[in-house]
Design a protein around this ligand. Sequence first.
Ligand SMILES: [Mn+2]
Length: 291
Amino acid sequence: MGLDFLGAPYSAGLDVASFVISPFPYDATASYGTGARFAPARILEASSQLELFDEELEASPYNAGIHTLEIPEVPIEPKKARRLAREIARDILLGGKVPVFLGGDHSISIGVIEAVTDVFEEVTVLHLDAHTDMRNEYQGSPLSHACVARRASELCKVVQAGIRSSSEAEWKYLRKVGNIPVTASSIKRDMGSATREILERITNQNVYITLDVDCLDPSVMPATGTPEPGGLDWFELIHILKQVIKHHKVVGFDVVELSPLPGIHFPEFTCARLIYKMIGYMVVFRGLSKK
Ligand SMILES: [Mn+2]
């Protein structure tokens, strides 16, 4: 039996849906804490506890149509997994719908971003993360979760925010190409001006958001493989997302790197709420409704 975002009574058929939730249970490239492959099912289960009404937006975003795909069997081999993600994302985008990928570790975003740049010419990837993920390769693999932003930067413009951990080589590279991230500390110091900087640096019409849940502070999001202190709080993150979605055309997004913790269920609920918030902003600011 499949699991639907928000639960079966509130899910839409694929033909009429504006959003397609794509669970992608894969963590073969995670390096430290693993278990992200269990995240999609846990997020979908938690989503049945969400209120359908969003009090901030005074709307019930599910009315725009949210369809959830069956949880796929993902091959372990990184190239095959990437190809599968790319195919699924491409089909959704070519159908004129918004893909919402549930990771899985961050490597799943590579195939999705490839699909986005296959379908759209002018794309900026907004990468929200504690880590720069700009390594050319990691543990011998160019498809590691630690290389996601580097692979994306070979395809399109990448704007990074929430960053507070990087290797010297990655930072030197970012300095050289003139793409120093909007750090977590700059967001903490002045959220308004950091948000404006993010908006100004997104120069393309179409935006894809890849969101590693470790951009949030570990006090808000403890269930992740490589937690870093000093992260964003809930309102900082949704402020940035709201402004980006309001001012740019977000064509898809993913939420990755949740590793569920036994006995603690608020992190998966937080992910479900975050996803529904982002959907809500897109529904309201883009005027999306069922096809
Ligand atoms: Mn990270």
